[in-house]
Design a protein around this ligand. Structure first.
Ligand code: NAD
Length: 518
């Protein structure tokens, strides 16, 4: 078999030194970093702090104040006031061009402080520079896309309809008011951007609850938001643990809408909590992505490409490939090539030149992944690479080796999301069998089919039970197309990054008007 493209590498680190300004931000003059509430930096009434660490070295980066019920309540009240003041002014009623101007000023400030935000992603998030730089580009791309959508989608009165003699009605679209974004640790800048820009440009005021493992980028973005001129209360940042700060947000009836990104279990829990007081919620959750490789594909080139996607952010990417179904005719070559790809990944510190597989985010994740590797064997998967702990000289991070298993159609050894460079490869008889197996998963975030026959590929891709269906590519995201999940991976609605995302941050009422004939 020919190797169509021998240059396919995993995302790779360039050497990245800590900028002095990042160290100064983290040090904060010797005080813990506070939350941002109604334009004020606050330490919080709980007097509780937590440390955020570099997962590749276990070094403490910063001490952060944890926000409690009082701070959540103050943030909600501040946001309500900023949304609509007693005199009828407020963020809601600012003309869209003024909102866009403030948003774009904020984007420019992010670009001015690019190195600090990159340092947040690389050191707090444990990410390699190549990926962090790509993530950083999402700030502008997302802001520009939703600015254009905000100009196009009319708020306020819709078309009028005669509904009876002397009675007419019309729809009325308005923002929710106070909305909260609950963000996971794996893509802090991207997911904060995907939340705040559509929410703000639709006229809402926001509460950002960053993940406790990666609070730094949202806290820094909060500082920049103030400098950009967002009025106090429009953007609030509430660091803290999920079961505490996050739970207080979910329980607060003043939050009208929650945008959650994270694991299905937590998403379901928050939904049950906020539904009790009528707060709406959209959920973007985990996946266990599949790839189908047809007999006409080049097994070696495709194995390497799939390996790259599987290892995006060391496999800690929600939509990526962890289940491969490959035609038996090419399975041996595919397996050899994928094992080679994973074996040659350079394990190391995420800010050292050449690293392709860095540490996972925390000890809980490390234990979960190790346990999943063992469970896959116990469920009948045959180890091609059995994983386990990796050592990186001079570093004491949460390092793990990649794991790869061969399985068979009747063996269900990979039922849940394993957030690492981990995959099972199952030889199949044909595309129908592959599709049946791929669609058996309760998740439904991302899937792809790999073939020279584009027409057949498109036909198969449309039959995936996933929000993002791809042919000869994976982990694709474009503004203007929905990115969301089916099954336990997400819903309701289309997902993020499309027009429907913008309207998710609005509500529509009907207004009926009758002549006064009493
Ligand atoms: P997680 O569900 O543990 O936490 C996500 C957020 O929820 C965090 O901010 C956490 O503090 C908060 N939280 C936890 N308990 C809470 C509670 N009781 N009330 C309110 N908030 C609470 O997820 P994670 O481990 O941070 O992130 C990884 C998960 O996110 C994976 O499943 C991944 O696939 C998923 N993810 C999905 C997408 C997507 O777009 N579909 C994107 C990125 C990550």
């Amino acid at each position: 078999m020919s190797i169509a493209n021998s240059e396919i590498q995993s995302l790779t680190a360039s050497q990245f030194e800590r900028p002095q300004k990042f160290a100064e931000f983290c040090n904060n003059g010797g005080s813990p970093l506070g939350g941002l509430i109604n334009g004020q930096t606050v330490a919080g009434t709980m007097n509780a702090t937590f440390e955020t660490i570099d997962p590749g070295s276990h070094q403490t980066l910063a001490t952060v104040c944890e926000m409690g019920a009082a701070e959540v309540d103050a943030a909600v009240r501040g946001a309500q006031n900023a949304y609509l003041n007693a005199d009828g002014t407020g963020w809601r009623n600012q003309p869209v061009e003024e909102k866009i101007a403030t948003v774009m000023k904020f984007v420019e400030l992010c670009e001015r402080d690019r190195d600090i935000l990159l340092a947040c992603e690389i050191f707090d998030g444990g990410k390699v520079s190549e990926l962090a730089e790509g993530d950083f580009g999402q700030i502008r791309a997302c802001a520009e896309y939703f600015s254009e959508v905000a100009r196009r989608i009319p708020m306020g009165d819709g078309d009028s309809l005669e509904v009876g003699p002397g009675v007419h009605g019309f729809s009325y679209r308005e923002p929710w008011g106070v909305v909260a974004g609950i963000i996971p640790w794996n893509y802090p800048i991207v997911l904060t951007s995907w939340f705040i820009f559509p929410a703000l440009l639709a006229g809402n005021c926001v509460l950002i609850k960053p993940a406790e493992d990666t609070p730094l980028s949202a806290l820094y973005m909060g500082k920049l938001a103030e400098e950009a001129g967002f009025p106090p209360g429009v953007i609030n940042v509430l660091p803290g643990r999920g079961e505490l700060t996050g739970q207080f947000i979910a329980e607060h009836p003043g939050v009208r809408f929650i945008s959650f990104t994270g694991s299905p279990g937590i998403g379901q829990h928050i939904l049950r909590t906020c539904d009790r007081h009528g707060t709406r919620m959209k959920r973007e959750m985990g996946g266990n992505g599949s790839a189908i490789v047809l007999a006409d594909a080049d097994p070696i080139a495709v194995a390497r490409k799939i390996g790259r996607y599987t290892n995006q952010h060391f496999g800690q990417t929600c939509c990526t490939i962890h289940r491969v179904f490959v035609d038996r005719k090419i399975a041996d070559d595919f397996i050899d090539a994928q094992r080679d790809f994973f074996q040659t990944l350079k394990i190391g510190y995420q800010a050292d030149q050449g690293t392709q597989l860095g540490a996972v985010i925390n000890s809980t994740q490390q234990d979960r992944i190790l346990s999943a590797q063992q469970q896959t064997s116990l469920r009948g998967g045959s180890p091609l690479l059995s994983g386990g702990v990796a050592e990186v000289e001079g570093r004491s991070g949460y390092y793990l080796k990649p794991a790869l298993f061969k399985t068979e159609p009747e063996i269900d050894c990979n039922p849940s999301e394993v957030f690492h460079a981990f995959a099972t490869i199952c030889p199949v008889n044909d595309a129908e069998q592959a599709l049946t197996l791929a669609n058996q998963s309760p998740y439904g975030l991302g899937a792809s089919v790999w073939t020279q026959d584009i027409e057949q590929g498109v036909a198969i891709s449309k039959r995936f039970r996933d929000g993002t269906c791809q042919v000869n590519c994976h982990n694709q995201i474009a503004y203007g197309l929905p990115y969301g999940g089916q099954g336990i991976s997400g819903g309701p609605g289309a997902g993020v990054n499309c027009e429907e995302t913008f309207t998710d941050y609005t509500q529509v009422k009907a207004v009926y008007v009758s002549q006064y004939d009493a």
